[in-house]
Design a protein around this ligand. Structure first.
Ligand SMILES: [Zn+2]
Length: 327
């Protein structure tokens, strides 16, 4: 994904006004009707093992063997966790590659329930390491422990918890392909899977009420600030997630400060699918990506399983609290 900076003051203010209203309406309806849900505890070792497993398949660049193996593994895991799984196949062209078979994986828990949320991550890894310090390795694909595997691990861990702790809510787990193959020619070269999926659901009658994208989570010393597109287009959700994180004692990880706009999958979920969606994404407090980003340092040693678990725990709480109307 790509960073962009815009003026933020106006929409932060309007987002604030909008969310106050939302929170009030919702809690009034649901607190009368539903019993309080218990939020299950994330297992950091389990989440970490999902990253290791993805790395064991090799790089997950569309068109590679590791890509197909990872696709099949995600599908089988999600089926095991009780999801109805659909594959959305499309062709993508990126960097030096043309017409590569590409796959979004859509896994629905409780497909019959109308009240739904969506959780998103990208599962592909980048073809090149253009930011690597070693000139001779810049054209080699990255392992993508943080950039790719971590978000997928987050979704799988939540699905695992939901299997053992049934939830009174529909959840669409959507694993986007071809997020990370972009270049400087156009913003549209990034996030190709989410653009494809968003067009496919744009005219759907019922949609998830909101979405959360996990991208670049679980790195050592990672913090998550409030990304600008999320603030602009899903400000009430972002505000509530960061407030919940603070209540859960994770305010040291979820920083209550704005950063610039990042063209990531959530941008297209918001603008094409018209589903309010936030991005939980690590940047430095300055808004710039950390040193491992798009380098060969994005390997398993970049991961801190406790940071990973902290993020997943907050998102798990959002899901269960949405199910009982207390989010
Ligand atoms: Zn990336």
């Amino acid at each position: 994904m790509k960073i962009r900076y815009l003026i933020i003051i106006v929409f932060l203010f309007t987002g604030f006004l909008a969310c106050k209203q939302d929170t009030k309406d919702k809690s009034e309806v649901s607190s009368k009707t539903k019993a309080k849900a218990t939020v299950p505890a994330v297992n950091a070792d389990s989440a970490y093992s999902f990253i290791e497993k993805q790395l064991s398949f090799g790089v997950r660049v569309p068109g590679t063997d590791g890509h197909l193996k990872t696709r099949d593994w995600i599908i089988s895991k999600m089926k095991f966790y009780g999801a109805s799984v659909e594959i959305q196949e499309f062709k993508s062209s990126f960097l030096t590659k043309k017409d590569v078979p590409s796959y979004n994986i859509i896994a629905k828990i409780n497909p019959e329930i109308q009240e739904r949320i969506a959780l998103f991550a990208h599962w592909d890894t980048r073809l090149i390491a253009e930011k690597d310090a070693d000139q001779s390795k810049k054209d080699k694909p990255i392992a993508g422990a943080v950039d790719g595997a971590s978000g997928v691990a987050g979704l799988l861990e939540i699905a695992r918890l939901v299997k053992d702790h049934p939830i009174d809510l529909g959840i669409d787990f959507v694993f986007f392909d071809v997020e990370d193959q972009g270049d400087d020619t156009s913003n549209l070269s990034w996030c190709q899977g989410s653009q494809f999926w968003s067009k496919s659901v744009a005219n759907q009658e019922t949609k998830p009420q909101f979405g959360i994208l996990l991208d670049l989570i679980g790195a050592k010393n990672a913090t998550y600030s409030k990304e600008e597109y999320s603030a602009k287009m899903a400000g009430s959700i972002q505000k509530k997630v960061w407030e919940l994180a603070a209540v859960m004692g994770k305010g040291n990880v979820f920083i209550n400060a704005p950063i610039g706009a990042i063209t990531d999958d959530h941008y297209y979920v918001n603008t094409i699918a018209n589903i309010p969606c936030i991005d939980i994404i690590e940047t430095k407090p300055s808004g710039y990506f950390s040193e491992y980003h798009h380098t060969h340092n994005d390997n398993i040693t970049a991961i801190d399983k406790n940071n990973l678990a902290a993020v997943i725990q907050v998102v798990t709480a959002v899901a269960y609290k949405t199910s009982d109307g207390s989010f």
